[in-house]
Design a protein around this ligand. Structure first.
Ligand SMILES: Cc1ncc(COP(=O)(O)O)c(C=O)c1O
Length: 372
């Protein structure tokens, strides 16, 4: 039998409780004024989020998957194009490539960071490669200098999947500001999460931002004529209520991120020297700890033992993309690091409103249930 939850995996309502007094009035006003889609709340959030990411433009969209798909489409990537994708990621990264009509070329990851490296990217490029999606998984960032250099040398587009990396940095530069575009998810559980689904693309390319905005709004050109369409687009707009919630949370995101980092540092300190393997962080990266991922040999047992003591954990992700049934046809062969990590990864509780005592409790139980 499972005991009462002592340490939850996350606590989204604590974030809502913190922002609600600030937004209650604006939220109700927007509702009663029937300003649901687009408008000043969305424009205001886009401006603030672009500034947060050190980029001139942000386009709000309906979710992170659309952010990726629309970016690839707006870059002209489609049938016949290969897009390099690390297999250790959420399926949406690869699904967006397939939905854009292109072919995901799955690659392995570095055994210490579990992220793509410049060497892995360089080795995967063929004549058909037109882009790479670099994933800042867990909130950590790979060697962006090296990755950008490889992409430039081969003339391919670099798209950042920053769905888990709001505010992450490489050499003091924000995630999303390195590639042709950075794609974000504001799914409620993300570091910056909406009250439902939402997403955004940031870029320094005004023309690209315009094409994405148009594709996300039925191909409209943004002019006065509501029924003039330049492209066959889709409906993937950010709604005003989500923008109001996101703007209030954005104002707190640095404080919430600092809290995540300090809890992660404590985990690292407490678990150092144990047989729990930590994922490594390059000293040039600011890891924003969307997830606190460790690796354990005996995951099912350890997860069950933790659950018995009221500690919730997650697995991100149990099956690498190239082994997911709908994507197996794109697999080029085994990817040993991804495959091994999928069997060992364990995400520990980590959220801004947790307590130090909760981190210590997780470490104490981990220590007890994992043989040193
Ligand atoms: C790495 C990664 N890419 C893409 C996505 C897709 O974002 P969304 O769920 O908002 O479509 C997510 C989150 O779910 C993610 O974690």
């Amino acid at each position: 039998m499972l005991s009462a939850i002592e340490v939850p995996f996350t606590d989204l309502s604590a974030m809502t409780r913190e922002v609600w007094p600030d937004i209650e009035h604006t939220f109700t006003e927007a509702l009663l004024a029937a300003r649901y889609v687009g408008g000043p709340a969305v424009a205001g959030f886009e401006e603030n989020f672009a500034r947060y990411c050190d980029t001139p433009h942000a386009v709000g969209v309906a979710n992170g998957t659309d952010a990726l798909q629309l970016t690839l489409q707006a870059l002209g990537i489609g049938p016949g194009d290969e897009v390099v994708v690390p297999s250790n990621t959420f399926i949406a990264t690869a699904a967006a490539v397939v939905r854009a009509g292109a072919i995901p070329a799955f690659v392995d990851v570095d055994p210490d960071t579990l992220l793509i490296t410049p060497e892995i990217l360089a080795a995967a490029i063929t004549r058909r490669t037109s882009a790479v999606v670099v994933v800042h998984l867990y909130g950590n960032m790979p060697d962006m200098d090296g990755l950008v250099a490889v992409a430039e040398r081969h003339g391919i587009a670099l798209v950042e999947d920053a769905a888990q990396a709001h505010g992450a940095e490489w050499r003091d530069r924000r995630a999303g500001s390195f590639g042709a575009a950075g794609c974000f998810s504001f799914y409620p559980g993300k570091n910056l999460g909406a009250f439902g689904d939402a997403g955004a693309v940031v870029t320094s390319d005004a023309a690209l931002a315009g094409r994405i905005r148009s594709l996300a709004n039925h191909g409209r050109d943004g002019g006065a004529n509501h029924y003039e369409h330049t492209f066959v687009g889709t409906n993937s707009r950010l709604d005003a209520l989500q923008a109001i919630a996101l703007d209030a949370k954005l104002a707190r995101n640095e404080a919430w991120t600092d809290a995540r980092i300090s809890f992660a540092d404590r985990y690292r300190k407490e678990l150092a020297g144990s047989n729990i393997r930590l994922t490594e962080v390059d000293p040039l990266a600011r890891h924003v700890y969307h997830l606190m991922v460790v690796r354990v040999a005996d995951r099912a047992r350890i997860q069950a033992e933790l659950a018995k003591r009221g500690i919730q954990t997650g697995v991100h992700y149990p099956v690498p993309c190239h082994l997911q049934p709908p994507l197996r046809r794109y697999a080029g062969g085994p990817l040993p690091v991804c495959e091994q990590a999928a069997g060992e990864q364990l995400s520990l509780p980590l959220f801004p409103h947790m307590s130090r005592a909760q981190v210590d409790r997780v470490c104490e139980v981990l220590d007890e249930v994992s043989a040193r």
